[in-house]
Design a protein around this ligand. Structure first.
Ligand code: 13P
Length: 269
C-alpha cells in the first residue's frame, strides 16, 4: 500500500517504535527493501536523496516502480525525497508522485529555514504530500567545530508552530556516515524536545549508532530512523571482484542489513 508518512509516523510516535527510512540508490535496492518490508510485515519509507546519481536513481522511474510494487503488498510503503535543498527538486518529486519530501534548511538561519519550510508545506499539503524539515544540523564525521549544531528544544517547538511541518529531524549527536569513535547522544536534549514538540521526530545518521542507543531514543519521540551508510557498506562488501554477477549477493547482503534495523526497531503491523 502506497502511503505518505503522516499516519505511519504518528502511529510510531504513539506506540514508541521507529519506521526505517532506508536510503535507496537504484531500482534493485528499492525492490529488495520493499521485499524485506513485505516479508517482515513492517512499514517502510524508501528514500532517495537530492543528489542521487541518474540514471541509476532517476526520480520518476524509481517512484513509478515503488508505487507499483507498494500496491502489491498490504504493508505501508512511502517514497521520500531526502535532504532536498532546492525547491525545484522538491516540486519535481511531488510531481513525480513522491508521497513525502524533506526540505533541508538546517544550515540556514532559523527565520529563513522556517520561511521556506512553510512555503514547501503549503504546496505539499495541497498535493497530499507530507513534509520533513530539519532544525539544528546533523553533520558528517570530521566536521569542523560548529558545523554540526545540536537542536535547541525551545526553538524546535517554535519552528513547528511557525511552519506546520509534519515531522522534524533533530540533531542530538548522530552523524551521517561512519562515526569516528563512539557515538554519544544527548538524550536529555531529546527528552526536552519530546516534551515540547508534539509531531514525530526523525533521527538521521542511523548507521553505526548501535541498537541500544537507538532503542532509547524511541521512548522520546524518534519515530523515523534514517539509514543508508550501513546498507551501502553491505553492498560494497558483497560486490567483491571475485563475483562474476554480484547483483544477487548484493541484494541478499542489503536485505540482511536492513533486517538488522527493522526486526528490533519496527513493530509488526
Ligand atoms: P547514515 O548514512 O549515517 O546511515 O545516515 C543516513 C541519513 O541520515 C540519510 O538522511
Amino acid at each position: 500500500m502506497y502511503v505518505n508518512t503522516k499516519e505511519m509516523l504518528e502511529k510510531a510516535r504513539r506506540e514508541h517504535y521507529m519506521v526505517i527510512g532506508a536510503g535507496c540508490w537504484s531500482l534493485n535496492s528499492a525492490a529488495t527493501f520493499i521485499d524485506v518490508a513485505a516479508a517482515l510485515n513492517r512499514p517502510l519509507i524508501l528514500m532517495l536523496w537530492e543528489g542521487a546519481p541518474e540514471p541509476l536513481a532517476e526520480q520518476e522511474r524509481i517512484c513509478e516502480y515503488v508505487r507499483h510494487a507498494a500496491g502489491k503488498t498490504p504493508v505501508p510503503i512511502a517514497m521520500h525525497l531526502d535532504h532536498a535543498h532546492d525547491l525545484d527538486t522538491i516540486y519535481s518529486a511531488i510531481h513525480a508522485g513522491f508521497s513525502s519530501v524533506m526540505f533541508d534548511g538546517s544550515e540556514l538561519p532559523f527565520a529563513e529555514n522556517a520561511e521556506i519550510t512553510r512555503e514547501v508545506v503549503k504546496v505539499a499539503r495541497a498535493c497530499g504530500v507530507t513534509v520533513e524539515a530539519e532544525l539544528g544540523h546533523v553533520g558528517q564525521p570530521g566536521d569542523e567545530p560548529g558545523q554540526s549544531a545540536l537542536t535547541v528544544p525551545e526553538e524546535a517547538a517554535d519552528f513547528v508552530r511557525q511552519t506546520g511541518v509534519d515531522s522534524l529531524a533533530v540533531s542530538i549527536g548522530t552523524v551521517h556516515g561512519v562515526y569516528q569513535g563512539e557515538p554519544h547522544l544527548d538524550l536529555d536534549r531529546l527528552k526536552r524536545i519530546y516534551e515540547l514538540v508534539e509531531i514525530p521526530l526523525v533521527l538521521h545518521g542511523g548507521s553505526g549508532t548501535g541498537l541500544d542507543l537507538l532503542k532509547e531514543t524511541m521512548q522520546y519521540g524518534i519515530s523515523k530512523l534514517n539509514v543508508m551508510t550501513d546498507l551501502v557498506l553491505a553492498a560494497m562488501k558483497a560486490a567483491s571482484p571475485d563475483n562474476f554477477l554480484p547483483e544477487l549477493e548484493i541484494c541478499e547482503a542489503i536485505a540482511k542489513s536492513l533486517e538488522g534495523y527493522m526486526l528490533p526497531l519496527t513493530r509488526v503491523l
